[in-house]
Design a protein around this ligand. Sequence first.
Ligand code: AFP
Length: 332
Amino acid sequence: MQPISLSRFLIEQQRLPESPCPAELRLLIETVARACKAISHAISKGALGDVLGSLKSENVQGEVQKKLDVIANDLLLDANEWGGHLAGMASEEMETIHPIPNRYPKGEYLLLFDPIDGSSNVDVDLSVGTIFSVVRAPEACAGREVVEADFLQPGRNQVAAGYAIYGPQTLLVLTIGAGVYEFTLEREIGSWRLTDGPMRIPTGTREFAINMARRPQWSPAVARYVEDRLLGSAGPCGHDYNMRWTASMVADVHRILKRGGVFLYPADHRTPGKARLRLLYEANPMSLLIEQAGGASSDGSAAILDIDPVSLHQRVGVVMGDKEEVAALHRP
Ligand code: AFP
């Protein structure tokens, strides 16, 4: 029998008593998933579709934009603007928020996304992804246009989060706050099919992912954690570890969901507030997925999902994955 489709999965969730997935949220998730199909299609064309390489523009983070960053951002905006489920959107690629234009009906949700995570990988044909997060618009914004402050909600408020990964297969990994589920894109008919879930992070996997070249930025705690693992069976851990680094958080976190281990992108301990990953549309959605799959996620001292954001493009240090490994980093 064919695995069930994303639509059927969500409708069955919607029918549950005290459903975590009201109809409006279901339609929103299906729209995001449709946009991810279009992004997958654009990526797969590569040089033949003239989608590789950089533009002359920079995004708000001061990073040179890849053509696909802009293509994917536009696909997500176009797909989600008119459906009536959203009050506004925010993206890594846009300096300010994108309220739903007045010509369209407004809904009760806010969508935040990183349209192409790991975009430097696109030109060398390695996995990239789209990360998204959904929160409810605060009641106070009923009847007025949304403002940036409406988006500044702790990760615990997320009602859905997920990513698409464009790799050897195109996958959608999703949580609506009740487990994590993986859907594989069946390209011939354009359907997402349930292929894994509820997903649980395998425990005890001796694998960590970190960019070793950032060593000067590490705090003493992070340096000790990594050095203990590099010592392998001769060190305090008593066994050898493997190291992996994909330079795409989606790919690294997906490996952890499937195979276990831990992902670290610590903040720069020399400069307060300096870090690589963005809280609202990278760390928060990934943290919800990791917690829902039985793992833990921390900024090095506290749970990422409990952070009260102060700005749209705020950055944060990240340690996520196997609970034991995250706890080991916290141990004095
Ligand atoms: P983009 O979202 O700008 O493509 O950045 C990707 C990323 O934030 C994350 O996916 C990777 O883990 C990290 O950057 C890679 O960083 P390094 O350049 O330090 O390898």
